[in-house]
Design a protein around this ligand. Structure first.
Ligand SMILES: O=C(O)C[C@@H](Cc1ccccc1)[C@H](O)SCc1ccccc1
Ligand code: NI
Length: 183
């Protein structure tokens, strides 16, 4: 079971190195890792389990955050309409995106960052993602809103990018150009 001890924090090299493509079909080991990443998110959103194991709630997790330098992400979140979305993906790739930007009005956090970093994080409002699902089958997703933001946060982790790399240093709360706020 993944707990907070398994999640590496800022300064750990795994967070700043590009992760490697996962050979498909996935090995049993990679499959187990990806399932454990999704389990972490689901456990962390269960108040009893989160309390019992000291888990910080998360809606996304990327393999480099558990010191696995492979292109694997898990996402488990409600969208703005209250619909549950659950993804466990290999080799996600943004194949196109809108010109329009968006940003979370609350700013972003990160399970690998034990401090608050205030500011708007400009993201692409809409993205198309190609990936492989947990069985290694190809999937193509068109994402917007919170889901688009979470996917970009996690795919950034596969490229050694942290959310605060996008924050305007001079004016952290400057309204990003052509951007739609996401509550
Ligand atoms: O550290 C991570 O990668 C997981 C982040 C994902 C995230 C995505 C988009 C915007 C903010 C964070 C964690 O989920 S941070 C905790 C959290 C929980 C619920 C809602 C937002 C953030
Ligand atoms: Ni993060």
């Amino acid at each position: 079971m993944i707990t907070m001890e398994d999640i590496v924090r800022e300064g750990h090299p795994a967070l700043r190195e590009p992760a490697s493509e996962v050979p498909l079909p996935p090995s049993a080991e990679d499959n187990d890792t990806l399932k454990q990443m999704l389990d972490y998110l689901q456990n962390s959103q269960d108040p009893e389990l989160a309390e019992k194991y000291g888990l910080r709630p998360g809606i996304g997790l990327a393999a480099p955050q558990i010191n696995v330098k492979k292109r694997m992400i898990a996402i488990h979140t409600m969208d703005e309409q209250g619909k549950q979305h659950t993804y466990a993906l290999y080799n996600p790739k943004i194949i196109s995106h809108s010109v329009e930007k968006s940003y979370l009005t609350s700013g972003e956090g990160c399970l690998s960052v034990d401090r608050s970093v205030p500011g708007f994080v400009p993201r692409n409002a809409r993205i198309r993602v190609k990936a492989a699902d947990i069985d290694g089958n190809p999937v193509e997703l068109r994402l917007k809103g919170l889901l688009s933001i979470v996917f970009q946060h996690e795919i950034d982790h596969l490229n050694g990018v942290m959310f605060y790399d996008h924050i305007n240093e001079e004016e952290p709360f400057a309204q990003p150009e052509q951007a739609t706020p996401v509550e």
